[in-house]
Design a binder for this molecule. Structure first.
Ligand code: SF4
Length: 492
């Protein structure tokens, strides 16, 4: 085996979670997702090391000395972080010219030619699902025998055949051993999850076809491929022993509730373990299933409402009615299941009126917390293609972020400017959180829970700092080849 480094490259201060995050952006409050996509091949390559630079506050200077200690480096990149990730690759290669270096992630999977030609430092791109592609490289197999690999011969890009999609997900080793070996789990924060939390995938792919959503259209596909309930429950049993400090487990599958009987079976197993858990869900889970999940430790759902306007939901192929999510939300409230609701401003069909409608809808269904993102056009998605064809894409939107890592409004409509779309995010947050009902809820939460008091106070201060920075400098000018992150609400 080649001595292998898996690197989530350094980036902006406060960069959320790296390429493996659904929300690759400088967020409202400091938060980090686990680098699970990199941990998975790391679990397949004995003796490897996973370094998550943003979560560890590591700069380029901090990671450069690592270059000399390894024979193979695998960097996870994304559309917003790509320009800076190339710079990191250049510097690593300069520090160790013998280092074999490759990129993985959705951005390079859909544009392998452009990515490989971005720098002589990049030796290969492992396309789509890259777990076993990387293991074969680490085993030292010749490049021309490895499915799913793109690389260069004399400066010319060569693409090997696609790798067969993984069907038996139980063949993937657990990532929690890599977490224990290489990560500090207290580094990982998410505003709406207890801390410390621990997150894993129990399956890949999503049955839905939302036009903006990156993962299912580029890597995971539209079939929900899952690990067996027994496999998941055993992993959680071990996790509970290995990380007694964890307060909450999160299943970051695109849509954990895509297979309801399986979700119920896993829940019953988790109930016996007595753990608190949360997951991504679509807003259509029936009441009976909700009750089973709640009775077995479910605390919170992350739900992608996206919009309160039915026509927009149709435009983005959400496969969901506003009415259904309204009922689902009421059911969750009744059962005491919290919701973190995600919304997107600026989707096709957006007008001033639909923005107003969505803000009112959010206040009405009243998730415990919300995340409001700007519609982002990732290469490889239907929305990106549509925006190019319709002329909605701002030419200067580039890597979708400003020079300070804050998301920019990439779309501009004849009837709704990108400035108005950008401004709507702050208005949305203010109107959702500064309501007497929400203020009372949050205050009550802090009174009941002293730990939450300190946390919410800190997050509140961060939130205002973020809005100030966004207003003053962050929002409107895409950075020169912008160094990093952006977000696209990509849940459910
Ligand atoms: S937004 Fe959610 S439901 Fe829609 S495709 Fe993406 S993961 Fe699936």
């Amino acid at each position: 085996m080649l001595k292998t480094l898996f690197l989530n490259p350094p980036s902006f201060e406060g960069f959320d979670g790296g390429a493996g995050s659904r929300y690759q952006a400088k967020r409202e409050i400091r938060s980090f997702w686990y680098p699970t996509w990199l941990a998975q091949p790391a679990a397949l390559v004995p003796g490897s090391r996973l370094v998550d630079a943003p979560a560890r506050d590591m700069s380029l200077e901090d990671v450069l000395p690592l270059a000399r200690d390894y024979e193979l480096a695998v960097l996870h990149t994304s559309t917003p972080s790509f320009p800076y990730d190339v710079r990191v690759a250049d510097e690593l290669k300069r520090a160790n010219p013998r280092l074999k270096l490759g990129f993985v992630g959705a951005h390079v999977a859909v544009q392998p030619d452009y990515s490989l030609l971005a720098s002589t430092a990049i030796d290969f791109v492992a396309r789509a699902e890259f777990d076993f592609t990387i293991r074969e490289i680490a085993e030292g197999k010749p490049f021309d025998s490895i499915d799913g690999l793109s690389y260069k011969i004399d400066g010319r890009v060569v693409h090997n055949p696609e790798r067969a999609i993984l069907r038996d997900m139980d063949v993937l080793p657990s990532v929690i051993d890599v977490y224990q070996r290489d990560l500090v789990i207290e580094d990982y924060f998410i505003g709406y999850l207890y801390h410390p939390y621990l997150s894993v995938y129990t399956g890949r792919g999503c049955k839905s076809r939302c036009t903006f959503c990156l993962w299912p259209q580029t890597i995971g596909g539209h079939k929900y491929r899952t690990r067996s309930p027994a496999n998941v429950i055993e992993e959680m049993r071990r996790a509970k022993e290995m990380f007694p400090q964890v307060k909450e487990y999160f299943f970051d599958d695109d849509t954990f509730t895509d297979d309801l009987p399986r979700a119920e079976e896993i829940a019953r197993g988790l109930g016996k373990l007595g753990i608190t858990w949360s997951c991504n869900a679509k807003g259509n889970v029936p009441y009976e299933t909700l009750a089973v999940l709640r009775d077995n430790g479910l605390r919170l759902f992350v739900v992608g409402y996206e919009s309160g306007d039915q026509q927009i939901l149709l435009n983005i192929k959400k496969g969901m009615s506003v009415e259904r999510t309204r009922q689902f939300s009421a059911d969750c409230h009744k059962l005491g299941i919290q919701i973190h609701g995600t919304f997107i401003v600026g989707l096709p069909g957006e007008t001033r009126e639909t923005i107003e409608k969505t803000i009112r809808f959010a206040c009405e269904v009243n998730p415990h917390t919300v995340q409001v993102s700007l519609a982002a056009t990732y290469p490889g998605t239907f929305l990106h293609k549509q925006a190019l064809e319709e002329g909605w894409l701002r030419q200067d939107a580039g890597a979708l972020v400003s020079g300070s890592g804050v998301q920019v409004a990439a779309l501009n409509y004849p009837h709704l400017s990108h400035e108005e779309i950008f401004g709507a995010v702050e208005e949305f947050y203010r109107r959702f959180y500064f309501r007497p009902r929400k203020i009372a809820e949050m205050t009550w939460e802090m009174v009941r829970n002293p730990e939450m008091f300190g946390r919410r106070m800190r997050e509140g201060a961060e939130f205002f700092r973020f809005l100030g920075a966004r207003r003053n400098k962050g929002g409107e000018s895409p950075g020169p080849g912008a160094g990093a992150p952006v977000s696209n609400s990509a849940a459910h």
